[in-house]
Write a protein that binds this ligand. Sequence first.
Ligand SMILES: [Zn+2]
Length: 484
Amino acid sequence: MTQSNQKAPYYPKSHLLAASGVAALLSLALLVFPSSEVEAKKTTLNLELDSGADRIIQEKDDLRSPQVTEGEGSPFARIEGQNENDSAGKDAEEEKKELKASNDTQPATPAEPAWKRVTVGKGDTLSTVFAKAGLPAGLVHDVLASSKDAKQFTRLDVGHEVEFLISPQGELQSLRIKQSDLETISLDKSAKGYAFKRDLVKPDVHTAYAHGRIDSSLFTAGKEAGLSHDLIMALANIFGYDIDFALDLREGDQFDVIYEKKVVNGRQVDTGNILAARFINRGKEYTAVRFTNKTGNTSYYRADGTSMRKAFIRTPVDFARISSRFSMGRMHPILNKIRAHKGVDYAAPIGTPIKATGDGKVVEAGRKGGYGNAVVIQHGSTYQTVYGHMSRFAKGIRSGVAVKQGQIIGYVGMTGLATGPHLHYEFHVNGKYVDPLSAKLPMADPLAGPDRKRFMAQTQPLMARMDQEKPTSLAMNKQQEQQR
Ligand SMILES: [Zn+2]
């Protein structure tokens, strides 16, 4: 335990502020912390982009509920636009299908099986869909019993089409559902029941370029640059060793990204990996290039071939706000007690995932006094990290198990001595508490030999492309339009 001789070892002002409105606690805070310190801390908390971090959390939540109405200037304006385009494309496709369908069903005496389509509505089951297609109820059972894969047809999504190929005699010949642009499942009548088949479309992989400038948050800038949610998360992960997105982001920061997009019939259906990226944070340029070495491991390296991977990542919680920093404390004139905070607090909503900051072995996972539900990870013989106040542990996290860097070990909560939900994070070097925000973090090895030669050959054109395509600030939007 941090300071076992004290009652509330990591109980700084910001913890108390989290319970704003509780007047008693607030006045206690003012009593414990002289006003000059309160002022100083306020300034830290009010850094312009701290509020951006809050917005990111908000936007993450919004992504899960797309029905939320967004105001003007919303980061989702573009997404909605894309959806419209998508559905427009689909409409055209459906029209074609319908044309084809009407051709199929046109003959006066149907001598050949014909396709019948039923769109899945709210509350539909495979039985009701069969009924809508005019097929007998008992047939559903036969179809489902035909193979163990057939039960995939029971997972129906509203709006999807179930297609039935029905013979002139009313017999079901074939059944299929297009699950996505890349996948169709079907059942075809054979001598012994119905045979299951899955057709996967292999998309063409193109590369695309995007450029963004941060005004309020990485999310907004990413959306404006046309990047998907997944790509923005990937971008944040790639630079997560060098840039603390909860703390370091500034207005005017910029990024360039070359990424894969998956295309079927000329239409983008998905995005793939980020191949190269550049991030300018507070005037400093960071580069990243994706590379698979001769042993088959894929990782991101800086453009000079040095590894971006470090033994530790700086932030255990994505998009959280730092609510209290590390301090060794001092004697308080009134209380005559040392108030220290030997870790960093990250305020985040309850349930936000917490990641192990380095590979290691869990040496403690359980109730730990004022820490509440806590995990302690041993990294080699030198380092230990501590994660406190968790609402719960991730599955399988217990003393003795090995964890990988970035693995989710638990979720933000407020167990133990905490008045608001946050992660209390400590970093120990040889048993000594160090500030995780200022610690010189150990580096991984750079590329060497033939790998390095191949990497350089691969990297040069990617970097050149980013230089070439990088728009001037005036022409930025226009160029991006053209590139898409
Ligand atoms: Zn703390």
